[in-house]
Design a protein. Structure first.
Length: 501
């Protein structure tokens, strides 16, 4: 991955192939450029005054220095309206700068701080650059060009060590995001549940975490009826993947529990999906990918918190051994579920994993992440994840952090009426509650398995990969996005700061 450096340096002193300078829309008196060679400065000034470049958001223009100064080229990058500029704007603009630099074939470039210097700006600029330069070409004979950007320097007007530390932390988190993207983009023939378990075990070994994988027959003996039922229609047996990270020095410190849905391919089972866009169901494992990536980030940053990640992984296939509409399944916590639709499989496997994780680890709080319902996409579109929870403080914390990271989330209500929709005539509950409020009734189903522990469900069906309706962002190349990793890591970093010394 590209290395991001933060340096205090004047622009007339920094030797670089390309210098990126942000320009706000309508800004003509561009003071930073006065440090440049007078001829280059005059050229930029004329470009701005003649409105050849207006600074509209995401626009860019190249200025050639012709050897006048330490930089070979200057890119003016439009930052849009100054009063509307946010950390998310900085993230997108830094990503656009990185993409343009990649097109120019440079190995390194420098970029001036976009606005008033603070930790959020440096973090956002680092994220934008590193996320935008991600590519997935594992299966292409013609790989990316040999010339890759190896180093990006953010030039600031303050002492750099503090801000270099911010960039280094952000880079570790982005390595984890790109790890989630790599797994999410894997095709189903190369990532059945066993392969996902193997990836998780390697991750645990590399980062010093405890790991355990529970196989099909042990799951059956343990009473994990939901996971077994969904997985039994495939020749690739189900797995329950468990990673433990213990970073707190307090042995009494309860862990956070993260549970991620990983359906490595979802046909819908007997209730088979339409053929159109079924190929995208390789992304039905993205909730599990997010959990694995958060565990990687937490371990690589050595956060002083305890976290358990649980990933139930299955392949949902139609066959003579598949579970059926009409089946009644006994779950890990003893509740019975009437199956009305085998394509509502994610909640079946999450329910067992939640119940097991809570009973085994007694967590302080639980988050589950899942590409769970098309209803969430209908309700909120492809750019906002739905969240439903039982603890207002926890959901508010998560939503506020999501606003900062640009991974937008919005809370849906869990009223009593939604529980009524999933009552079954023949079992304790049924696995679908009809079309009305489908994202919420799915959460209502899961709430039966959290046993009163503070819990937030994150439905990433619209945001886990780029799809119809996805807003184009420079830092989200096509495919899996790694959505949720940065926000959940931020929450755990906040928790670390609150721990007693």
């Amino acid at each position: 991955m590209v290395q991001v450096k933060v340096e205090k340096a004047k622009i007339d002193q920094k030797q670089t192939s390309l210098l990126v300078m942000g320009v706000f829309e309508g800004e003509q008196d561009f003071m930073q450029s006065k440090e440049l060679d007078p001829t280059v400065f005059a050229s930029i000034k004329e470009t701005l005054e003649n409105k050849e470049f207006r600074g509209t958001f995401g626009s860019s223009i190249l200025v050639y220095t012709l050897g006048r100064g330490p930089m070979k080229k200057i890119m003016l990058l439009g930052l849009g309206k100054k009063d509307k500029f946010t950390d998310e704007s900085a993230r997108i603009c830094a990503g656009k700068a990185a993409q343009k630099a990649k097109e120019l074939g440079v190995k390194e470039f420098s970029i001036l701080q976009f606005s008033n210097l603070d930790e959020g700006l440096i973090e956002a600029m680092t994220e934008g650059v590193t996320l935008a330069l991600y590519s997935f070409d594992k299966y292409k004979e013609a790989k990316e060009p040999a010339t890759k950007i190896e180093e990006v320097t953010i030039l600031i007007n303050s002492d750099s060590p503090k801000f270099q530390s911010i960039a280094d932390k952000a880079s570790l988190i982005i390595e984890a995001v790109n790890f989630a993207r790599d797994i999410g983009n894997l095709p189903p023939n190369d990532c059945p549940p066993a392969q996902l378990a193997s990836i998780a075990l390697s991750l645990a070994q590399e980062h010093g975490m405890k790991a355990k994988v529970i196989d099909r027959y042990e799951l059956e003996n343990m009473g994990m009826g939901g996971i077994v039922a969904v997985g039994k229609g495939s020749n690739s047996p189900p797995k329950l993947i468990i990673l433990e990270y213990n970073g707190s020095s307090d042995p009494q410190q309860k862990p956070y529990l993260l549970v991620g849905k990983a359906v490595t391919f979802d046909t819908g089972g007997i209730s088979i999906k339409p053929g159109e866009k079924m190929d995208e169901m390789k992304f039905d494992k993205c909730g599990g990918c997010t959990v694995l990536a958060v565990m990687r980030a937490v371990a690589s940053m050595k956060l002083a918190v305890n976290v358990v990640g649980i990933v139930p992984s299955v392949e949902n296939m139609p066959s003579s051994t598949s579970y059926r509409p009409g089946d009644i399944i006994r779950m890990y916590n003893g509740k019975t579920v009437e199956v009305l639709n085998t394509d509502a499989e994610g909640r079946m496997i999450l329910a067992d994993a939640l119940a097991y994780g809570i009973a085994t680890y007694n967590p302080k709080a639980v988050f589950d992440v899942a590409t769970l319902t098309g209803a969430a996409v209908i309700a909120l579109g492809a750019n906002v994840a739905a969240i439903v929870g039982t603890n207002k403080q926890l959901t508010d914390r998560l939503r506020k952090l999501a606003d900062k990271t640009g991974e937008r989330m919005w809370e849906l209500p869990l009223y009593d009426e939604f529980h009524e929709q999933i009552k079954s005539t023949y079992a304790d509950i049924k696995n679908v509650g009809g079309r009305p409020g489908g994202a919420i009734t799915a959460a209502a189903f899961l709430s039966n398995f959290v046993n009163g522990v503070p819990w937030v469900h994150i439905d990433i069906a619209g945001t886990a990969w780029t799809q119809d309706g996805t807003y184009e962002k420079s830092y989200n190349p096509r495919g899996a996005t790694g959505f949720g990793v940065r926000t959940l890591v931020k929450l755990l970093m906040e928790d670390e700061k609150q721990q007693p010394a």
